[in-house]
Design a protein around this ligand. Structure first.
Ligand code: URA
Length: 236
């Protein structure tokens, strides 16, 4: 990139003001003073201003996507299926963005994506018990007895699931709509919990991760997280 843009990305000055710094002979590229504004610089170059190293500030990207069903949570797919990356704005192409955790092909809702590898590892680590809130639909009525089994924990792959919160939102005569809040992120956990009591989840949507809520974000839409949301994630 052009040297004035590079300096601007280091947070030193605007592009315009950077031009003046360059023409004043205050900038060295790999040890040699540069005054030519047409000079190109890459991140491997060693750039100094008044003798001090200038390095670009890498601002991480934090996104919330409302994943529709029919997309896989992956950065690419050998089988050529649609991935969540296909839903991101073109301006995010070529950025090293990856999803935080996973949603199944048939599950929709809140998916976080970021370039911040540390945050991604921390949030998706099995020890991190950030809550995940889902809306699930099950055919017919589901009894309190059945729900109590799930609330107390059921065995999946030989390990009991942690206690969870389940609230009946509505029964419309055909389907029961439930809110399920779990604090683990095991593979296909909600679907498999219901399978363990011989019930099938026919619709599953994640509506919250910790304090972050999907809100009115439309299906397939993506937005950048607000500063307070990023601060929150960095603290959990
Ligand atoms: N539980 C599931 O069964 N599927 C998901 O995608 C997320 C949680």
């Amino acid at each position: 990139m052009r040297i004035n843009k590079y300096l601007a990305e280091c947070g030193l000055a605007s592009r315009r003001a950077s031009e003046q710094i360059i023409t004043a002979g205050r900038v060295k590229l790999n040890g040699k003073i540069v005054t030519d504004l047409a000079t190109d610089v890459s991140e491997d170059d060693f750039v100094t201003v008044d003798g001090k190293r200038a390095q670009p500030i890498h601002k991480h990207i934090y996104l919330m996507l409302n994943k529709p069903k029919g997309y896989i949570t992956s950065t690419n797919d050998e089988k050529g299926r649609k991935t969540v990356m296909d839903l991101l704005d073109k301006k995010f192409a070529n950025k090293r963005i990856f999803p935080i955790g996973r949603l199944d092909y048939d599950t929709e809702g809140l998916l976080l994506l970021t370039t911040d590898g540390d945050l991604c590892n921390r949030i998706s680590h099995p020890r991190n018990d950030i809550s995940k809130t889902y809306v699930a639909k099950i055919e017919n009525e589901v009894s309190e007895e059945e729900l109590n089994k799930l609330r107390g924990g059921v065995i999946l792959d030989g390990v009991k699931t942690k206690r969870c919160r389940i609230t009946v939102l509505e029964f419309d005569g055909k389907l029961t709509r439930l809110e399920v809040v779990i604090s683990e992120g095991r593979n296909r956990q909600v679907r498999r919990m219901f399978e363990s009591i011989n019930r099938e989840v026919v619709f599953l949507k994640r509506v919250g991760v910790g304090e972050l809520k999907l809100g009115g974000l439309g299906r397939g839409e993506c937005r950048e997280l607000k500063p307070n949301e990023i601060d929150y994630l960095k603290k959990v």
